[in-house]
Structure formats: C-alpha cells, structure tokens
Write a protein that binds this ligand. Structure first.
Ligand code: SF4
Ligand code: SF4
Length: 537
C-alpha cells in the first residue's frame, strides 16, 4: 500500500514510523520468489533510538529525552539553516541551492526518475521533492516575512520541532545523491544537492553524520591515513603481499613503484581495494608494468586512499582530503593524478575540487584524470596482446553515476570490453547517463549501523538487482557464467551486497568485479588472472 504522508506529518510527535515498510509494498523483483520479510527494529532499539521515519535508521544516537535536548536539536538546525542560506558561510553551493529552492514547479517528472521512490512502491516520503519541499517550507516560514506572517497561506505550514528536525536528517540519508532526478528535471533543479546540503547543515553545525562516513570515515582518514584504518606501514605490507601474489600467479616478479619522485602519474586507489578486492590493484600493477607506464603510488598518509567521503556530506571534510591529495602529488613532482576505479573519487578530485580548492591548486596546476581513457589508450596501442576468448562469459556494464552521468566517461569502458571480451556486453536498461545508481551511492554501501543495511538491501539496491537479473534474463541458467562489471569500489560493495542478499551467485552464477581484472585476464603472455568466485565480505 502507499501511505498518504503529508509534508506537515514530519512534525508528528509520535514514534510510529510515517511509512512502515513491508516487502509486499515494494516494487516486485523478477526471478526472486522467496524474498525474506522486512524485520522491524527490536524493542530495545525502539526504546533508545528514533525510527519514526520509516522504521530504519543509520544513527546510533540516543533519542532526546529532556526539553533542553530537544531544543538543542531545533536551535542547532535553525542556526545551521541560517548559515546554509548565507553567502559568506556557504559560498560553495549557495547559488544552485537557492535556484533549486526557488524554481521547482512541482511537476514531479523527477519522481519517476528516482530508483528509491519507484523501488519503495512509490512512497511519498521518497519522492526527490519531499525533503526539498520540507526544507523550502521551513525556510519560507522562518526566514521570509510572508512566511512568518501568513504561514499556511503561502505553503509555509510545517511546525518546527525536534521530530521535524530528526526526520529531515533521516530523509537526507534516503537519497543516493545519484543526480538522476536532476538529469530528468526539465529546468535542471537539483534535489540531490538539497539532500547533500541538508547533510552538510547537520554535519558542519551539529557534528551529526553517520558513523561510517564521519568518525570512521573522514576523521579516521585524516588521523590515520585511510578511512579503512590502514596506516602507511600497513599499506606497504599490502603492497608487498600483492607483489608476492602476482609472482605466484603469473610467475613474474613485478615491483610496484611507491613514492617514486618525478614519475609521470600518481595513481591513487580507493584503499578499500587493498583489503576487499586486492586483485584490482594487482591487475593495475600488471597492466601498467606491461604497458611501460611511468607511475607511482604514494605511502604518505592519505596518498594511498583516494576516497573523500566529505563529498557526500560536508564541505570542510571534503576540502581537507582533496587538498592533501593534490599536495602529495605536487610534492612527488608528478605530471598528473590518475584516479583508480572509484566513482566518488572521480567526482571529488576531477570535478568538485575545482569548485572548492584555491586557485594555485586548481586543475591547471595539477591535472587529475580518470583511469578509463588510459585503459583504452593502452589496449588500443597494440603494446599488449589480448585473447578475448579468455573472457568467454556474459557481461553487463554497471555505469557509475559519478563516472558516467556526471563526467560523461562512457565509451572507453565499452571499447575496452569489446576488445578484451568474447561476447558483446549486455547493456542494462537503461544504461549510460540514464543508468540507475547501484543503491550504495553517497556512502550507503558502507553504512551498516542499526538496521540501515536492511533498508539499503531492500530499497536502494532493489532497482540494480532488477536491472542485473533482466540483463541476463535469457541466460539465467547457472551453467552460463555471468560477470557484472562494476568499475567503482562503492558500486562493487553494493553489487556484493545485492548478489549475496538475493542469492544471485548460487541461483544464477552471477559474480561481479572491476574492469581492469578483465583486461589482465585477457593478456596472452600471462596465465588467466580471474578467479570465478563470490565472497560476501
Ligand atoms: S525538481 Fe524539476 S522535475 Fe522535480 S518537481 Fe521540481 S521542476 Fe519538476
Ligand atoms: S539523487 Fe537519486 S536517489 Fe536522490 S532523489 Fe534523485 S534520483 Fe532519487
């Protein structure tokens, strides 16, 4: 059923969820007939934490009990909202925020573009405009003379209490910031930016952000060197172990360059690759060695982890990491930075840094590029011989929102696949710039506090599950091997999650992985590289 939630319901002083999610209300999944039900939060959790939006939460933060605690939440929000709308405090994104607040014509074209809204069974609270409209009405009511005076006559009718504030915080984390809605909006209104700006308000003003992206994310990144907790010494050990693994598998010793001054390229991976998918940096090392690329990795804190979680929720946190990445490259004297298979790092380093870094650190001073055009340059150069029959299985390409929709890097991946795979890739419907988010975007892939993982698996990853099954619908027989190319660490996390959740490996023999692994698997001078296996962690 669809729950008829009105904007002003976010102020309801009740712990009952506005939308109690049930599997039977969600969009149906083809090929899955034994889906497990959605589990409600435990009684202990309900007593301690707030689940009043949709029965889920990524915040292990005790509910405010005293009047003072409730007021602190409301005043903090008001103070943050004032700064969000102030040109001195929010010079980074105020213009597009104001345009979005002022010009939406409420046509709802964007709703049908949003995988979260559709997957949920079209629940009102997940419309791209729902959270934006609440912010818009609060802004009108408390910051404009007409709103203060006329309230509901000008649509500024939402009460501001601690429940409104809390539910708005939760709502900001029910959007993948994938910007598909913005692409479909006929006037370019960007509801993803609103979700991100609400997150920023809570983080920068009140220190409220999910544990995995703030404390264990950017703060750990800056303190230790990597959001994974990997120290520089541990990074060097990972590199050594990858070198040993390469030698064992291909019978050749390859020295991975680290801290090489004056190399052409500083290659930065998402450090999660070293821990969860070490075959990915190993494949880069084999390919770059064979192609004679003059590159280096860095062992400086932050220099070996390209993530920049602040991109999802906080300008200050984003700037701190981006700044370090560019400075490390300058200190090494490289000609450019190449970003490994990590979508949000593409957006952070190649796009957003030019908005928020000062002039002498801008793009012209330190070029930043994607690894995908370089892959295609290597493959088409003829320097390495490939045998596509090594990759004689079905593939489909998941397009990362940041790499494809935002940056328009669409063709190199396809050219590479055509050159190194035996069968033509099966395009998802839709794909390219129109592709749906994996459901793990904007930090969701790593957020598992309380029962948020359940919401991700059931709702935000649902559309991608459907797309994957449909892409292989005529070859679902497990005798046919199928590989989802997900050339982004975050997307790989989401693919691992959904393949595990819906049993797609056991049932249909579907696995996932990066793109560079396929290139290396097809190199004729070395033994096959790919391992056909699926692990849930
Ligand atoms: S954001 Fe754009 S598409 Fe969505 S309701 Fe507003 S004007 Fe229409
Ligand atoms: S950015 Fe993506 S997830 Fe967020 S509202 Fe738009 S389409 Fe939905």
């Amino acid at each position: 059923m669809r729950y008829n939630v009105r904007f002003k319901d976010v102020a309801k002083l009740t712990d009952e969820p506005l939308v109690p999610l049930k599997v039977e209300d969600l969009e149906k999944l083809p090929g899955i007939d034994d889906e497990s039900p959605i589990q409600p939060p435990s009684a202990k959790w309900l007593e301690r934490y707030d689940f009043s939006l949709d029965g889920h939460s990524p915040f292990e933060i005790l509910k405010p009990k005293t009047q003072e605690e409730k007021e602190r939440l409301v005043f903090g929000f008001m103070s943050g909202l004032e700064k969000l709308l102030d040109p001195q405090s929010n010079w980074t994104f105020l213009k597009i925020l104001k345009l979005t607040l002022d010009y939406c014509v409420r046509c709802q074209t964007c709703s049908e573009a949003c995988h979260v809204y559709i997957s949920s069974g079209r629940q009102e609270i997940y419309r791209p405009t729902f959270r934006s409209e609440i912010l818009r009405r609060l802004y009108q009511r408390y910051f404009t003379p007409s709103g203060k005076l006329l309230k509901s006559f000008v649509g500024a009718d939402i009460e501001l209490n601690f429940k409104t504030v809390w539910r708005l915080l939760e709502l900001a984390y029910r959007c993948n910031v994938c910007r598909r809605c913005a692409m479909y909006c006929p006037i370019g209104v960007d509801n993803a930016l609103i979700a991100r700006e609400i997150r920023k308000l809570f983080s920068q003003e009140m220190g409220l952000a999910p544990l995995e992206i703030l404390k264990k994310g950017t703060q750990q990144h800056l303190a230790v060197g990597s959001s994974t907790g990997m120290t520089p010494a541990a990074f060097k050990m990972f590199v050594e172990s990858i070198e040993e693994d390469i030698e064992e598998r291909i019978g050749k010793k390859i020295k991975i360059p680290v801290d090489k001054k004056g190399a052409d390229i500083l290659l930065i991976h998402n450090a999660g690759e070293f821990m969860a998918w070490p075959d990915n940096p190993a494949a880069f090392a084999i390919l770059f060695d064979a192609a004679g690329i003059n590159y280096t990795l860095s062992s400086e804190p932050l220099g070996y982890d390209v993530v920049g979680y602040g991109l999802w929720f906080d300008d200050m946190e984003a700037t701190r990491t981006l700044l370090r990445h560019v400075l490390i490259a300058k200190e090494l004297g490289v000609k450019k930075i190449v970003v490994g298979e990590c979508g949000h790092a593409h957006k952070g380093l190649c796009v957003i840094s030019d908005r928020i870094l000062p002039g002498d650190l801008a793009l012209s001073e330190m070029p930043r590029e994607s690894c995908f055009p370089l892959f295609w340059d290597i493959v088409k150069s003829g320097r390495i011989k490939f045998d596509p029959s090594r990759n004689n299985f079905h593939t489909t390409l998941h397009d990362s929102c940041n790499i494809v929709r935002l940056m328009g890097i669409y063709k190199p991946q396809r050219d590479v696949v055509k050159a190194v795979c035996a069968k033509p890739t099966r395009e998802m419907t839709p794909h390219g710039a129109f592709n749906y988010c994996c459901g793990g975007g904007s930090g969701f892939a790593i957020m598992n506090t309380l029962n948020f993982g359940q919401w991700r698996k059931k709702v935000s990853e649902r559309m991608k599950t459907k797309q994957v099954i449909e892409a292989f619908k005529d070859v679902l027989d497990p005798k046919e091997q199928k590989y989802v190319i997900a050339a982004c660490s975050n997307c790989k996390g989401a693919l691992r999650d959904l393949i595990g959740q819906y049993g797609l490996f056991e049932k249909y023999n579907i696995i996932y992985g990066g793109l560079v692994e396929l290139i290396v698997n097809a190199m004729v001078d070395i033994p096959p590289f790919l391992k056909w296996e699926f692990e849930t962690h």
